[in-house]
Design a protein around this ligand. Structure first.
Ligand code: DGJ
Length: 709
């Protein structure tokens, strides 16, 4: 049996052997003649004793396989061996999307596994997950239960993964994979991404490049502990096994219950990372991110403007500032709640979601009305999964808190995590959001924060209900999704930002419920160019929130230009801006409104890589190629480095169209050096290029490139 799973450009081919084991025999460019997939194995000479041990489509453990498994089960009778043989498969196509399901079964135990391959053909994206069904009479325990198990053949493999920490999210490192196993993982519970996200790039044969070479961009849609194994086997083939981290997570599955793993989402390109990321962006907007092709609100956030020090009068003044700036919404951040233990700093109050009477005597409803009177919308910050020990919530419900009763409490930002494995806590967290909306139907936005990891992982609920503690990490995330599911059933479209003390939590399962995410608290604009650059391989502009703040020494123009390459927001004291800075900012917001459609729904092209050059340049092109925006920055201040001595060849335009280039975001009182009267062909702009004239004085330049008919 040969099962080809094809995207527009690629094919993943599965084939049964004489023992009915199903193997991955091909992953590469799609063949013209589908019949020839059956011939692939005839050309394979890797046939010593290990032949086929490595390329099982979902490697079981405890029987013939002695290598890193995808699945490890303890059966109802305590036996640890599993074998999976092919039973059946089917393919169902609906337009661009084809779902292939493959059923496997253990010949000895009544365990069934179904593998799912959802292909988004045009985008070259495959989403894979598996379902394990316990058809035994008693409960089984899943020790490892990966989402996928892929197999690649190439001369060499280069892995780009990201190391991180607060304020230093998404720092890339590209290394050749050597023999043995390399693991990316997180055991942090919530905020799983702080040190390492579940996103990576795998380049085949040679290191990854922007516009050429074979690369895979992959990511796991799971907001908790993950583990991704990259194993080079003795044939120098690569085994890739992404999934939930089995660390402390043995999962008991009752008779007849089904466990569905999270999705592993990936795209393979033969034209480098740029092409791959554009495919992923298009997929994410169309199929995954909530309202991915919808609209977004620009905003003024008060976090860095006031921190905890505000009251309703100060806020209503800030509404006026937001209006003056021209943004769509005011976002009230942390510090608005709790009375017995007021939230005046980060040591108290989390969990007590009632307006603080001193700061907000007239409540949220009043603020919303005032904002609306001023002509802007109103949004609010929440961190509903968390609790400060100094809170009424903690006093009333200590058993709702994740902790080990016999050990000292261990805090992250002075707080603890609520036990979302507990349905009563799920109800409570849903209620926090629901109450806000019920009382304030015109509340326009929620920033959902999550600032602590899980120490002392222990659920009182699981203990009391006689369920194994080893389910906790998984049940926490499932509990979170249940809450989000309910919120979205009742409030399908309110925009929500996923935030986790910066970028500690973003993935494509969470983004089913969120319209956008906060990539990092680090808004120092030079740093931010790099942070955004790296996120941009995996997440589209429309979901990436960037705020203009007072971080860094760069002028407001530089800070604004950088923040515009995403969903624009502000986190500054508008009244502290000089008249010309204010004038610039007002113009910038209005420019943003002109170009946002090109940024949000267009294609992104990375032109000049700041890791290799003293400048960065990125452009966005509308789908019909009639409009584009190019952002260029001076990124290296070493002596005698002239930034743009050469033209930068543009990408993604129509060679046959004619374009006019104009500079926008020109600081008041300065003059652009770009000749706006000239018209260039797309051919010229893509072959010769355009010099944005970036230098120390013109440290950031934004150009619009528009078709002239
Ligand atoms: C961390 C977030 O990343 C910040 O933007 C801000 O909302 C603070 N939390 C508030 O405590």
């Amino acid at each position: 049996m040969v099962i080809p799973i094809e995207t527009q450009s690629n094919a993943l081919v599965l084939q049964t052997d004489e023992d009915k084991r199903l193997r991955t025999v091909y992953f590469g460019k799609r063949l013209r003649n589908t019949q020839e997939y059956a011939l692939v194995e005839s050309q394979n000479n890797q046939k010593d004793v290990n032949a086929g041990i490595y390329n099982h489509v979902y490697t079981p453990s405890g029987s013939w396989s002695l290598i890193e498994p995808a699945l490890n089960i303890t059966h109802a009778d305590g036996n640890n061996s599993t074998e999976l043989l092919y039973v059946a498969h089917e393919q169902k196509q609906e337009g661009n999307v084809t779902l292939t399901t493959v059923k496997l079964k253990d010949p000895v135990y009544a365990t069934e596994v179904t593998l799912f391959y959802k292909v988004y053909a045009q985008e070259d994206v495959i989403e894979q997950w598996s379902e394990i069904k316990n058809t035994e009479k008693g409960a089984i325990v899943l020790q490892k239960y990966a989402s996928a198990n892929l197999y690649f053949k190439a001369d060499n493999y280069y892995l780009t993964n990201y190391h991180a920490g607060w304020g230093r999210e998404m720092r890339p490192e590209e290394m050749p994979l050597t023999n043995g196993i390399k693991v990316l993982d997180s055991k942090l519970g919530t905020r799983a991404n702080i040190f390492e996200p579940p996103t990576f790039t795998l380049a085949f044969n040679k290191p990854s490049a922007e516009d050429e070479g074979e690369v895979l961009l992959g990511t796991l849609g799971w907001s908790g502990n993950f583990k991704i194994d990259f194993e080079i086997d003795s044939y120098h083939n690569l085994r890739l096994i992404p999934g939930i981290n089995p660390h402390s997570s043995a999962y008991t599955l009752a008779s007849n219950a089904v466990f569905k793993t999270p999705s592993f989402i990936y795209t393979v390109s033969h034209q480098g990372k740029g092409f791959a990321s554009r495919n992923l962006h298009r997929w994410a907007r169309k199929y995954r991110i909530l309202d991915g092709n919808g609209t977004r609100l620009t905003l003024l956030n008060n976090w860095e403007a006031t921190y905890f020090d505000f009251d309703q009068n100060k806020l209503t003044d800030l509404f006026k500032d937001g209006k003056k700036l021209g943004v769509d919404m005011f976002l009230l951040d942390d510090g608005w709640f709790a009375n017995k233990y007021p939230r005046n700093d980060d040591t108290a109050g989390l969990g007590d979601w009632q307006e603080n009477k001193k700061k907000l005597p007239d409540g949220i409803g009043y603020l919303i009305k005032e904002a609306e009177k001023t002509g802007i919308k109103f949004g609010i910050w929440l961190e509903p999964e968390m609790v400060n020990p100094k809170s009424e919530l903690y006093e009333k419900h200590p058993d709702w808190v994740v902790k080990q009763a016999a050990r000292p409490e261990h805090y992250f930002r002075n707080q603890l995590v609520l036990d979302l494995a507990n349905p009563v806590v799920q109800e409570y967290v849903f209620g926090v959001v629901d109450n806000l909306f019920t009382k304030n139907p015109s509340l326009a936005f929620i920033k959902w924060d999550c600032n602590a990891v899980i120490f002392n992982a222990h659920s009182m609920y699981l203990q009391k209900s006689n369920q194994p503690q080893s389910q906790f990490y998984v049940d926490y995330v499932k509990g979170l999704y249940k809450v989000l599911e309910r919120i979205r059933a009742k409030y399908p479209s309110v925009p929500m930002m996923l935030c986790s003390g910066g970028g500690g939590r973003v993935d494509y399962e969470a983004l089913k419920y969120f319209t956008e995410f906060w990539p990092s608290d680090n808004t120092e604009p030079l740093e931010r160019i790099f942070i955004q650059w790296n996120y941009s391989y995996y997440y589209p502009v429309i979901a990436t929130c960037n705020h203009v703040t007072d971080w860094g020494k760069q002028p407001i123009k530089f800070r604004t230009d950088v923040a515009m390459m995403g969903k624009l927001g502000y986190d500054i004291v508008v009244s502290h801006l000089s008249p010309t800075d204010l004038q610039f900012s007002q113009q910038a917001v209005s420019n943003y409104n002109q170009i946002k459609a090109t940024l949000w729904y267009g294609e992104q092209y990375r032109l000049v890589d700041p890791y290799m050059h003293p400048m960065a340049s990125i452009m966005y092109v509308s789908e019909d190629k009639s409009k584009a925006v190019m952002f260029s920055y001076h990124t290296n201040y070493r002596f005698d480095l002239t930034d743009s001595p050469h033209a930068v060849p543009l990408k993604g335009l129509d060679a046959n169209k004619r374009y006019r280039v104009q500079e926008i975001n020109v600081y008041p009182g300065t003059t652009s050096t770009i000749d706006a009267t000239k018209v260039y062909s797309g051919d010229f702009l893509m072959r010769v290029g355009l010099n944005p004239d970036v230098n120390e004085k013109r440290s950031s330049v934004v150009l619009t490139i528009e078709e002239v008919k």
